[in-house]
Structure formats: structure tokens, C-alpha cells
Design a binder for this molecule. Structure first.
Ligand SMILES: [Zn+2]
Length: 495
């Protein structure tokens, strides 16, 4: 953010305003939220203020606004509040009218002044941060929780508060209104969470912000979750003990849960509600296995006709999975869903979707197990696999045509990212390294002379040197020869 120069003054004034409906009701959703956003922007425009960031949560609103020295901070709140409750009383819906904004409380915070730092600097920090991951392999264990109804409410409140806090902090970081370093700590913001959870929220907000630099937009988290770090929770004999914020005080509570045996060092605990059930994700770190003393290299090509082709340098190739069967099954799932959709059986459609997802996951587990076992037997020390990065970003400049087509295929078909993830973790547990390579043109290049040909038939014939081989092998052979991409990021934590 730059200072604004006027005839006699130079200024940079940012306010952070938070306000909420009476008794913090969860009203600001759907149309109401849209209308409110519109109003805030209207008021800001009329007064020549700049809305830096506006985050409307169901029960509160955060506004970062840049104004001038001639505006009283109370005036900002008054004007916005006045307008919105005025309109509310005359319009929208009766439910909203009674409770909303008739008497809002508002809180003002000084945004403070801060010059925008160089973003490349932040990039470097982000990279450093990522490399400081704990050593060893991460293993996530899902545990079903059985909270009492009261505990359930408490957990939900924590989850919503947590996500709200992360969103607010990350937008504050993005608007440069709070410092990016350690001078900003849990003491500097308010949230009804235990301090260790606040700390975790701050950490998450920082990582969300860092990720926003890569994504080029600030993600707003929606799913309510709450996280505790390793020093604060314990699980034993079907009881999970963790600190929560109750009546403004931090207290330990005990929640009944499934009895599980833990392996490795406990890490972050994440609690969420999934289809009406409370689930705890426990991240465990298992000690890294010794790298295998095998130097074979394997390339894996993923596809539709043959789900996976593995080529071991010097030992030949092997096909995994049955593409025809998988396609047939998926067509069947699709046809069934269509039928249900016509019959307007929405619940059944969802159920069928879940069924297909689980079926696909099962196949991916089996395929990856077979592939990794094969690799282990063949003395493979490095598995090379095509990278699935950049799919969401669309085409990359390095590989336009080929990757676009491949992306399309990836999107509409098998969950290759899941298969890749399964192969990766299974291999790493055996000490086999997994490298990602750029898949551009791997299915076209001749393994002997690198000319690009298009296979017209099941057999690939090189027009240049006459190399002949099975079409599906070509990709795997080429992948096994490509150099691994540097700076790869695996296991990015997305909340
Ligand atoms: Zn050739």
C-alpha cells in the first residue's frame, strides 16, 4: 500500500471494523450477505473510501477500509450501519428484519500503518517454511468421536470460531494491516479459543496467506474445522482429552472416541464434522525408513486404456489394472445416477456418488500396492511419475497442446491424483524415492531417437528410425528417462 499524497498531507489510514448482528446470530448468509456487501461498497464509493477487504461471515463482518484524515472512524461504522439497517427494515425478508443490525455492536481497531513489503521476499520465506517440515513420514488416522450433545455444540462453536479467525487473520495479513513477523502474536487478537488453538490459527492464517501468493487470490475457508497442536491433546483408552474455551476460560474436556492404537509421534489434531459425525484427524509422524540401497529406475505412465504402465529400466514393462473393466463400471455408475436423477432421487444420487468414490479409492489402493510391490521386487530405488501439478491452473507454457489434452482427460476421468498420492506414500514407506516429471509429449516421443510421432494404432512406429513397440509403453519409457522436477511440493496442507 502506498501513501496517498494530497496538497498538504501524506496519509495512509486503514481501519479494521468488525461488527455483528445482535446476539451474534448467524444471519449473514445467501442473499442477505450479497446485499450487505453491495451496501458496504456503495457507502464506501459515495465517500471515496477504499474497501481493501470485506469478509462476511455468517455471524460477523470484517471490513478493512482505507479512508482519509477527515473521516472519523466512528462515522464509517455509523454510515454503513445506518444504511444497512435502514434498508433492511424496508426490504428483504421479515426474519432478517427483526433481528439484524437493529442494534449492532461494533468494534473498531486501528489498522495501523505499514508499508507493503516486497512479495518476492515473502516467497522466499514461504519456501523456507515448507522445507522446515518435520522429518519422517506423515500418517493420518481418522478417529470417530462421540461427544455429548453439549460437547458437540462446543466443538461446533470452536470450529466456526477457528475458521472465522483464520479468515480474518489471513485477510488482515493480505491487507498488510498486521505485521507478518513475530511482533504480532496471540496477545494481539481476540478469539474465544484456548491460547494454544489461537496460536495454531495464527500459524494457519500465515500459511493460507503464503499460499494465496501462489494462487493469486486469497482463499476464504468455509468448512468448519478446529486444530490443536501436538502438545495439547491426548488420546487413550477411548478418551480424547483436549483444552477448550468454556465461559471465557480454558478447560480440559474429555470426549469419548473410538479406541485406537497410535503409532509414531503425535502431531496436529483436526476436528471436523462430516455427514453428521464428528471425526478427529490425527497426524502421526512415523520415523523415516532408511533409503533402500537399490538403484533401479521405474517410470509410470497413467492412462485410460491401461490404468498404469510401469517400465523398469533394463527389465521391461508391466501393465497394471484393467481399463476396460473400470470404464464399464464407471459407465454403469453414471447410467444409474442419470436414472436416479430423472426420478428426482437426490439422496440416492449422492449415495451412488459415494459408492463410486469408495470403489475408485479401493482400486487405487490395490493398483498402487501392486505397482510399489513390483518396484520393490525389481530393485527400484526411484519411481518417476508424471506430475499432476498445474492441472488446476490450466495449461502451462512449457507444454501447451499435450498437457491441455491430458488435463482434460485427467479432469473427466480417473482420479489420478489419488493414485499418484497412494503410490507416493506407499513407496516412501519402503524407502523408495518418488520423483515427479513433466509429462509433456511423453506419449509421442520415440524412445530411440526422440522424434515426435503420433501412434495411429496399438503399435507405435517411429517414422524416423523405425523403432517399433507397444503404444502404451512409450510413455512409461520416456517418463523413466526424464529428470525429476525440482521444487516439487507434495502434501500441501489445505484446510
Ligand atoms: Zn525414432
Amino acid at each position: 500500500m502506498d501513501y496517498q499524497h494530497e496538497q498538504h498531507t501524506v496519509h495512509l489510514i486503514v481501519y479494521h471494523i468488525i461488527w455483528c448482528p445482535k446476539r451474534r446470530r448467524h444471519l449473514l448468509q445467501g442473499k442477505l450477505a450479497e446485499r450487505l456487501e453491495q451496501l458496504v461498497r456503495e457507502v464506501a464509493q459515495e465517500n471515496a473510501w477504499e474497501v481493501l477487504r470485506l469478509a462476511i461471515q455468517p455471524d460477523h463482518v470484517h471490513l478493512f477500509i482505507r479512508t482519509n484524515p477527515y473521516t472519523l472512524p466512528t462515522d464509517i461504522a455509523r454510515k454503513i450501519k445506518g444504511r444497512s439497517s435502514h434498508v433492511r427494515r424496508r426490504g428483504i425478508s421479515a426474519v432478517a428484519q427483526t433481528a439484524f443490525l437493529v442494534d449492532t455492536q461494533y468494534l473498531l481497531q486501528h489498522g495501523g500503518q505499514r508499508q507493503c513489503r516486497n512479495h518476492t521476499e515473502l516467497y522466499r520465506e514461504a519456501e523456507q517454511d515448507m522445507s522446515r517440515k518435520p522429518k519422517g513420514l506423515q500418517n493420518t488416522l481418522q478417529v470417530r468421536l462421540y461427544p455429548t450433545p453439549l460437547q458437540g455444540h462446543l466443538l461446533m462453536a470452536h470450529c466456526q470460531e477457528y475458521i472465522g479467525t483464520v479468515n480474518v487473520l489471513s485477510s488482515a495479513l493480505d491487507a498488510d494491516v498486521i505485521p507478518h513477523d513475530d511482533t504480532f502474536s496471540t496477545k494481539d487478537f481476540v478469539a474465544s479459543l484456548p491460547s494454544c488453538v489461537k496460536n495454531q490459527a495464527l500459524r494457519d492464517a500465515r500459511s493460507v496467506f503464503k499460499r494465496s501468493l501462489e494462487l493469486d487470490c486469497l482463499p476464504v475457508l468455509k468448512k468448519p474445522i478446529c486444530q490443536w497442536n501436538n502438545q495439547n491433546w491426548q488420546i487413550s483408552h477411548g478418551t480424547l482429552t483436549l483444552p477448550v474455551c468454556l465461559d471465557g476460560k480454558t478447560q480440559q474436556i474429555q470426549i469419548a472416541c473410538a479406541d485406537v492404537a497410535l503409532e509414531g509421534l503425535p502431531g496436529i489434531l483436526r476436528i471436523k464434522k462430516k455427514r453428521g459425525k464428528w471425526i478427529a484427524d490425527l497426524t502421526m509422524t512415523i520415523p523415516a525408513p532408511k533409503p533402500v540401497e537399490q538403484d533401479g529406475v521405474m517410470g509410470i505412465d497413467l492412462g485410460i486404456k491401461v490404468p498404469a504402465v510401469a517400465y523398469v529400466v533394463g527389465a521391461g514393462s508391466r501393465f497394471f489394472g484393467n481399463g476396460r473393466y473400470q470404464r464399464q463400471m464407471r459407465r454403469r455408475f453414471y447410467a444409474r445416477r442419470k436414472k436416479l436423477q430423472k426420478a428426482k432421487k437426490a439422496r440416492a444420487v449422492k449415495k451412488s456418488q459415494g459408492k463410486e468414490t469408495r470403489w475408485m479409492k479401493d482400486i487405487n489402493h490395490k493398483l498402487s500396492r501392486q505397482i510399489v510391490n513390483h518396484a520393490h521386487q525389481q530393485g527400484v530405488g526411484t519411481i518417476k511419475i508424471e506430475t499432476l501439478q498445474g492441472i488446476r491452473k490450466g495449461t502451462t507454457s512449457t507444454s501447451r497442446g499435450a498437457s491441455a489434452r491430458k488435463n482434460n482427460r485427467m479432469k473427466n476421468s480417473w482420479s489420478f491424483s489419488q493414485l499418484t498420492a497412494f503410490i507416493t506414500y506407499k513407496a516412501e514407506r519402503l524407502g523408495i524415492k518418488v520423483e515427479q516429471v513433466d509429462p509433456a509429449y511423453t506419449s509421442q516421443e520415440c524412445p530411440a531417437c526422440s522424434t515426435r510421432n503420433k501412434a495411429a494404432d496399438r503399435t507405435y512406429v517411429c517414422a524416423e528410425c523405425g523403432w517399433i513397440g507397444h503404444r502404451d509403453m512409450v510413455g512409461a519409457i520416456n517418463i523413466s528417462r526424464r529428470a525429476g522436477l525440482s521444487g516439487e511440493r507434495r502434501g500441501a496442507v489445505g484446510a
